[in-house]
Design a protein around this ligand. Structure first.
Ligand SMILES: [Zn+2]
Ligand SMILES: [Zn+2]
Length: 141
């Protein structure tokens, strides 16, 4: 069965992917490397079985292999070589699974993170008990 929700691609469109079935989990990761690679406060990861993932334009992907700064585990971070969008990460300790970067999904309306990891690296403002202003689109000018 194909879940049409797990379809996405990079910013420039060179890389497109789809995965079948339900995700195993949706997890936020606050680790040092996810922050650096994404340029954001944390990554949002949709974990699926590697064998369910089909990538079109995979030749456009580059891979950065690293040992996780926080985890000490090998990682293969695959990103579009043209536009730099992080697409998937393969984690050595989760063999047979791949973490899709949720920001690259076409439809993100169903995303409900179930867990957050490396919260000790969490930006201080994320835990602050404050009201954040919400803007549906860009900041008002
Ligand atoms: Zn791209
Ligand atoms: Zn991470």
């Amino acid at each position: 069965m194909t879940d049409p929700s797990i379809v996405g691609g990079c910013l420039c469109g060179a890389v497109r992917y789809r995965a079948e079935g339900e995700p195993a989990a949706v997890a936020l990761c606050h680790c040092e490397d996810c922050q650096r690679q994404s340029g954001a406060a944390f990554s949002v990861n949709v974990l699926v079985g590697t064998e369910t993932l089909v990538i079109d334009g995979a030749e456009s992907l580059k891979v950065f292999e690293t040992t996780g700064t926080d985890t000490g585990q090998p990682r293969q971070r695959r990103f579009c070589g043209t536009c730099g969008s992080p697409i998937v990460s393969e984690l050595a300790e989760m063999e047979g699974m791949v973490a899709i970067k949720a920001g690259t999904l076409d439809d993100r309306s169903w995303i409900e993170p179930e867990m957050a990891v490396w919260t000790e690296r969490k930006h201080p403002w994320l835990t602050a008990d404050i009201e954040l202003g919400e803007f549906p689109r860009d900041l008002p000018t």
